[in-house]
Design a protein around this ligand. Structure first.
Ligand code: PMV
Length: 289
């Protein structure tokens, strides 16, 4: 009996260190791949099937297959993920299905084409995606990313530990958060703060390259994100408490105002001390040799 075709690919999640939202407006972002994986398997089947633990990704999976020249027919797609929500799930689904579909058809796919296809796919999920998430999950490492202009791997001398604290799942989608800010950005003072976040991101890069403390700049970034209306009361309150403990805190990703704001990224922190306060948290690290 002929062996059924089966392809498996692994994709890593990401954390945005600085520059979420402002990256949509052409400012730089710092983003890093993290050790949280998604496994995507494509195999021959009698009809199209999707088995996935992540929230509803059917539309995205079908779109990614079509983008890769495959009809969503006679194939089973299985997605197993340990990527926490808000840490690159949509980009990982797009990137993983596209890579697996190319391999399934024995077609070659270079990284730049893979990135372009993944970005197009992610635009389906997020209105006006900057491409920062696709860049992180495809190119990996620690990246300096400027939409449509620059992408550079950074080598930094120190390992930074990032504690990710759950502030509750946002009720809003990334697209809703991005379009909400676009409306508010007509106000010049909001637009100014968006540009200011770009400036903070540049300073964070300098500190990272020196292996220096980034707590203060992360707080600057976090407070600017609050001021432009991306963080709800709950997220702001947790941020205040964690800053009092001497840590640097900001949202990472799109944020949320109605209820939770997703994960807060905390630097200079002690994971156990944070957990002892009753927060749900885990640690990832970036940089180092
Ligand atoms: O999907 P998230 O939560 O990782 O947010 C993506 C980052 C944004 O800057 C908010 C949107 C974008 O496309 O850059």
């Amino acid at each position: 009996m002929a062996k059924t075709k089966k392809i498996t690919v692994l994709i890593f999640g990401k954390v945005i260190l600085s520059g979420e939202h402002s990256v949509v407006y052409g400012e730089p972002a710092l983003v890093a791949a993290v050790d949280k994986k998604m496994r995507i398997t494509l195999e021959q089947a009698a009809q199209f099937e999707l088995s996935s633990q992540t929230e509803d990704k059917l539309g995205l999976v079908k779109y990614a297959l079509e983008k890769s020249g495959m009809k969503p027919e006679k194939v089973r797609v299985t997605i197993r993920s340990e990527i926490p929500s808000g840490m690159g799930t949509s980009a990982a689904v797009c990137a993983g299905v596209i890579k697996a579909a190319y391999e399934y058809q024995k077609r070659t796919l270079d990284k730049d084409k893979w990135f372009q296809l993944t970005w197009e796919c992610e635009k389906k999920a997020h209105w006006n995606s900057s491409g920062v998430d696709p860049a992180a999950v495809i190119y990996g490492g620690l990246l300096w990313y400027v939409r449509g202009r620059e992408m550079k791997h950074l080598a930094i001398p120190t390992t930074y530990s990032l504690v990710l604290v759950d502030s509750g799942t946002p009720l809003e989608s990334t697209g809703e958060m991005v379009s909400g800010l676009a409306k508010r950005s007509i106000n010049p003072s909001i637009k100014e703060k968006i540009v200011e976040i770009g400036g903070v991101t540049r300073k964070i890069r300098q500190k990272l390259e020196l292996g220096a403390d980034i707590r203060e700049l992360i707080n600057e970034n976090g407070l600017l994100l609050e001021e432009v209306g991306l963080v709800g009361n709950k997220g702001q309150e947790i941020g205040r408490r964690l800053r009092k403990m001497g840590y640097g805190v900001k949202i990472t990703g799109a944020g949320g105002v109605k209820e939770g704001s997703g994960r807060l990224m905390v630097v200079g922190a002690n994971l156990e001390a944070i957990k002892d306060r009753g927060y749900q948290a885990f640690e990832v690290s970036i940089g180092g040799v």
